[in-house]
Design a protein around this ligand. Structure first.
Ligand code: SAM
Length: 330
């Protein structure tokens, strides 16, 4: 079967499925602090069917996200069923989860046993008080640290830790994070802050850029760039002494839209072709009306064809995305 391509010739191989938009953290740069999820979660079986259709179209990686995916009952069984799927080339799918790590300590081993390959844990400070201020959850830090260590023990390696830096809030955590990555044996990924927050507080001044992160980290230890595949979103560096790796995902200062291989399904079953899409495409409505797998494939192919060429962050014609990050799935 022909690969899933958009009209710019980009192969789409990486699917992110949000399995809830409910979250137990209220990170200041993501959420307003409200309690509720906005959209209705679908039955787990519906996400599985969607993943199967995407796999038949040549998707190779599936990442479960949210909201907070570990809040969703049935996630272990979902991973077990996803692990049985094959991509169009007959290979098993690469399965990953992005989580805040709060519930990971107990779930890492069952998820690994079910067939999960890797986990990315979001963590925006390595200082307990700062962590609580960012997440607006008291005492979360120790749970997340226990989760990271449990994931390593379970063999969900390499464990990646995502950190979003905000100027005036946690940019002093750059070097402590470098030390943390080396001590804990995790791969660190700094992500530039994007205008996808519920509070609409984004401004270019708040973004701590790739160049600044590199400069600050080099004051701690010299870094050597690791060659990376063009489709990789992260620029990767190792510390010169060979211990520890960091990556920087820089969609604002160094956009990588030309190599984007991603597509997302929201927790209520809408396809989003870009984080910054101003509309979405209702895949679940097709399922509700009784579409066959072949019809779903045709629908997806048509949607993918019209994937946006690039985002317009920081440009005068920027139009905010129709959903914020927690309701898309990062
Ligand atoms: N709850 C899970 C977690 O905390 O990882 C998964 C969902 S969360 C929305 C996914 C990732 O998006 C997290 O690493 C988070 O830090 C990141 N994120 C949220 N809002 C962002 C923004 N405005 N810019 C950049 N990254 C953001």
């Amino acid at each position: 079967m022909a690969a899933l391509l958009d009209k710019f010739g980009r192969p789409i191989t990486d699917l992110r499925i949000a399995i809830t938009d409910h979250c137990n953290y209220k990170c200041v740069y993501c959420r307003t602090g409200n309690e509720g999820a906005l959209y209705r979660d679908l039955p787990i079986a519906d996400y599985l069917r969607m993943a199967g259709v995407f796999a038949a179209l040549g998707i190779k990686k599936v990442r479960l996200t949210g909201g907070e995916p570990l809040l969703r009952k049935g996630i272990v069984e979902l991973v077990r069923d996803l692990a049985k799927l094959r991509s169009a080339d007959g290979e098993p799918l690469e399965l990953a989860i992005t989580t805040n790590g709060h519930l990971l300590a107990e779930m890492a081993q069952p998820l690994k046993d079910a067939g999960l390959d890797r986990v990315t844990v979001s963590m925006d400070a390595v200082d307990r008080d700062r962590f609580a201020r960012i997440t607006r959850v008291p005492n979360g830090y120790d749970n997340v640290l226990a989760g990271i260590r449990a994931a390593k023990r379970a063999g969900l390696e390499p464990v990646k830790v995502n950190c979003v830096l905000l100027r005036g809030f946690n940019e002093d955590q750059i070097i402590p994070f470098g030390k943390f990555a080396r001590e804990e044996g995790v791969v660190l990924r700094f992500i530039e802050f994007m205008p996808l927050e519920e509070d609409r507080v984004w401004s270019p001044d708040v973004v701590v850029t790739l160049d600044e992160i590199l400069e600050r980290m080099s004051e701690y230890l010299p870094l050597v760039e690791i060659p990376h595949a063009r489709s990789e979103t992260s620029r990767r560096y190792r510390f010169e002494d060979g211990l520890g790796e960091i990556g920087i995902i820089a969609p604002v200062s160094h956009p990588f839209c030309g190599h984007c291989s991603r597509i997302r399904v929201t927790s209520d079953g809408k396809i989003r072709t870009c984080l910054f899409s101003v509309w979405d495409h209702d895949l679940h409505a097709q399922m509700r009306r009784g579409a066959t797998d072949a019809e779903l494939e045709a629908f997806i192919r048509e949607v993918v064809l019209h994937k946006e060429e690039r985002h317009h962050i920081g440009e005068p014609d920027f139009i905010p995305a129709s959903r914020t990050m927690v309701h898309i799935g990062g």
